[in-house]
Design a protein around this ligand. Structure first.
Ligand code: TYM
Length: 381
């Protein structure tokens, strides 16, 4: 039977069935046992994105916890292909990675693929993608990573250190495998054929197991990594995968820069946020107030509710109350949307303040923090 959704690193089409995706991608469901073990090891409450299954799938996360328990440690790696303006969904893996860093006290490597963005898009110049990398780094720093345990690097700058490991990886991958994994063809430019080696390289920055928190769309890279890592003397990378924050316009697909009404950008001011949510946020409510009071709303398809559930209302008792009142018809769509608008604006105002402060920290994260200095020193070894 033809599948009604499709997830690749470049597009998400249709309404994703995440249980089916686990089967299709051959990953594991993140079980209650693993979550409970995490809670025990960190001796603290779980992050809302774990409690509510925003992070829902994994590979070898059990081994990460085992390595941690046995004192072997692990490290975190995630990344971003820079673009003009990040939207709220892009923050999900970074917020969660920061939480993991806080709880497990481990190193974090963050790759900005200014090369990938340049090579994939005919319209973008390298100057543009490098400028966007700088801008996006500010948003990433604003999330609050530990400056001495975090290294943020951009491919076109750090390439000298990545190249030796990238060519070892490249030598193990055939064009056939890369073509099949990423849907390339013989007319693809040779840059993007080589590029997967550069996204895989950071999984080999340390001789410990690497855990990658990211949206599940990035999974094809990790499948290739896992095929070859051990033959190069490294661990197969572990992953913890997130669902997508749905676009405002409805539960299908993912937010897209080419459809500004589908996303809230980190730069959107309070009025813009209010207008977008009121106008575009897909509603699970009834067409009239009378019908809504009678039959109630459907939070399962309501995007405002989903955004509160996945991200903006971490208080379990408050979200439960909102859900009950919306389902019963006591709460109207307009009221639900107002709650989201307020939460979003509070979040964004604070984020932008932190982003201003981040301007002073760029050099620390890229060159001068403890981990950054250690990584650059390797060039001379
Ligand atoms: P990029 O820039 O497309 O996406 C960055 C991260 O954001 C996630 N993401 C989302 N998560 C939740 N909801 C959404 N609506 C949403 N949209 C995007 C993506 O899954 C990703 O984790 N090739 C990569 C850059 C990269 C990378 C990495 C990503 C290089 N190394 C290691 C993750 C891990 C890219 O284009 O990401």
């Amino acid at each position: 039977m033809a599948q009604d959704f499709n997830v690749t690193p470049w597009e998400v089409k249709g309404k994703v069935d995440y249980d089916k995706l686990i089967v299709q991608f051959g990953t594991q469901k993140l079980t209650e046992e693993l979550k409970e073990k995490t809670r025990r090891l960190i001796n603290d409450e779980l992050h809302v994105m774990l409690r509510r299954n925003v992070f829902f799938s994994h590979r070898d996360y059990d081994l990460i916890l085992k390595d941690y328990e046995e004192g072997k440690g692990f490290f975190l790696y995630t990344g971003r292909a820079p673009s003009l303006g990040m939207h709220i969904g892009h923050l999900i893996p970074f917020i969660f990675t920061k939480w993991l860093q806080d709880k497990f006290k481990v190193n974090v490597y963050i790759e900005l693929t200014d090369d990938e963005k340049f090579m994939r898009n005919l319209d973008y110049s390298l100057d543009q993608t490098r400028q966007w990398a700088y801008d996006n780094i500010l948003d990433i720093i604003a999330v609050g990573f530990d400056p001495d345990k975090t290294f943020i690097f951009q491919d076109t700058e750090y390439i000298k250190n990545m190249y030796p490991v990238a060519i070892k990886i490249a030598k193990k991958l055939t064009f056939n495998e890369v073509r099949a994994t990423f849907g390339l063809d013989t007319s693809s430019n040779i840059g993007i054929i080589f590029y997967p080696a550069l996204q895989i390289a950071p999984t080999m920055f340390e001789h410990k197991r690497c855990l990658i928190p990211a949206g599940i769309d990035q999974d094809p890279y990790w499948r290739l990594q896992r095929d070859i890592a051990e033959s190069l003397g490294y661990y197969k990378a572990a992953q913890i995968h997130s669902k997508f924050l749905p676009p405002l316009t409805g539960p299908e697909g993912k937010m897209s820069s080419s459809q500004p009404e589908s996303a809230i950008y980190l730069t959107d001011g309070p009025e813009t946020v209010k207008n977008k949510i009121m106008k575009y946020a897909f509603s699970g409510g009834q067409p009239t107030i009378e019908l809504h009071r009678k039959y109630g709303g459907n939070p399962d398809i309501d995007v405002s509710f989903q955004w509160l559930y996945m991200f903006f209302e971490p208080d379990d008792s408050k979200i439960k109350k909102i859900e009950e009142e919306y389902r019963s018809g006591k709460m109207l769509t307009g009221e639900l949307k107002s709650i989201l608008v307020e939460k979003l604006n509070d979040f964004l105002i604070e984020h932008r303040n932190k982003r201003e402060e981040a301007k002073k920290l760029v050099n620390t994260f890229k060159y001068e923090g403890e981990l950054a200095r250690e990584m650059w020193k390797k060039i001379h070894e």
